[in-house]
Design a protein around this ligand. Structure first.
Ligand code: BT5
Length: 328
């Protein structure tokens, strides 16, 4: 009922809608309307209530629940179920629990703040309250476990396209970063549960520094991290950006479901690669190697060449890639 009242208020934004009218349209008592309007006010909706005139919605808060995001959503199944939290340990942890307890494909977990945001290999991911987009998508594709890494490329392409649509040019740093001017603005963490040749589910976690300021970052990442706000000087509308990402994600992910490939995502990742053509340092289980990144193949693997001209494939899993003179 709260959602329906909010919808009516939104359809009549900046105009009064009388209690009588709401009550007739939704077949609910006026006392109940007052109750829900008060709940909405507590959630941060600015509503003017005047006796005899009714209620008028003046402003919506910057929160990331389904009611706010669905306005911009074009998808069929991605993000049609959203679990929204003010604060949580990690949206990936929650999404894994949900996937395990048979939550269906496309469910999204979003939090305003993560107290234990994770990167790859147990690294920390800084996720300050209301400053960014911290979300995870539950997926259950019919693919082999070794193909799971492709999903990171799908997510990277979706994020690139969404940020591009709001007018910001970024680059994709294979396998799981989006960067601007050589600094990290987004990280992706794909986790899976499966057996040797059967995948149970995947969770794709996406972290984007949207409105983070320098002082919000922990000092140790000041040199490598940036935000959309820092780069553009503008406040980012997080709910619109989330919906854009989910819209593009569904489109690109459907390629995998329907055609068994992720060519269109790889194309975006190649065309906007921060690495191709550059000399990079690979670190895999403590071992370092200097190579030139030359391509990304159709499986989403990085193709590199060493100083003797030998060409090899790098699989994303545990490798860390750094530019020789900086983060990229
Ligand atoms: C990643 O790992 O980049 C994956 C980050 C995924 C975060 C999302 S948020 C929603 C979901 N829930 C989670 O718990 N996680 C996912 P990796 O490539 O390992 O990079 C981690 C490194 O990035 C850290 O060791 C820091 O150096 C740096 N870092 C930490 N927080 C950052 C931030 N907010 N912005 C930029 N860099 C950061």
């Amino acid at each position: 009922m709260k959602e329906q009242i909010l919808k009516l208020l939104k359809d009549n934004q900046n105009e009064f809608i009388s209690g009588q009218e709401i009550s007739e349209q939704l077949k609910v008592s006026r006392t109940a309307i007052w109750k829900y309007v008060n709940i909405l006010k507590e959630e941060g909706y600015e509503i003017e209530s005047v006796s005899r005139k009714g209620h008028m919605l003046l402003a919506t808060p910057d929160i990331l629940n389904y009611e706010e995001i669905s306005e911009y959503l074009d998808t069929k199944y991605i993000g049609r179920e959203i679990y929204y939290f003010d604060s949580i340990n990690s949206t990936n942890i929650k999404a894994k629990e949900l996937a395990y307890s048979s939550e269906s494909e496309g469910t999204v977990v979003i939090a305003e703040e993560q107290t234990n945001g994770r990167g790859r290999l147990g690294r920390k991911w800084s996720s300050p309250n209301k400053k960014g987009i911290w979300m995870s998508i539950v997926l259950k594709p019919q693919i082999e476990p070794q193909e799971a890494a492709k999903i990171t490329q799908v997510a990277a392409a979706a994020v690139w396209k969404a940020i591009n649509q709001i007018g910001v040019k970024t680059q994709i740093k294979w396998p799981n970063d989006i960067v601007i001017n050589g600094k990290k603005v987004c990280g992706i963490l794909t986790e899976m549960s499966g057996e040797l040749n059967r995948l149970n589910y995947l969770v794709v976690g996406i972290g984007i520094n949207a409105n983070t300021t320098i002082s919000d970052f922990p000092e140790e990442i000041n040199d490598i991290a940036t935000s959309l706000r820092i780069e553009t000087g503008k406040e980012i509308k997080r709910k619109e950006l989330i919906a854009l990402i989910l819209n593009y994600f569904e489109e690109l992910y459907n390629d995998l479901k329907n055609n068994g490939n992720v060519y269109s995502s790889i194309k975006v990742c190649k065309e906007n690669s921060a690495l191709i053509g550059k000399d990079v340092r690979l670190t895999l289980r403590g071992e370092e190697k200097e190579v030139r990144a030359i391509d990304i193949n159709e499986e989403g693997e990085l193709i590199v060449q060493d100083s003797e001209g030998n060409i090899s494939k790098v699989i994303s899993g545990e490798v860390s890639v750094r530019g020789l003179y900086g983060y990229v």
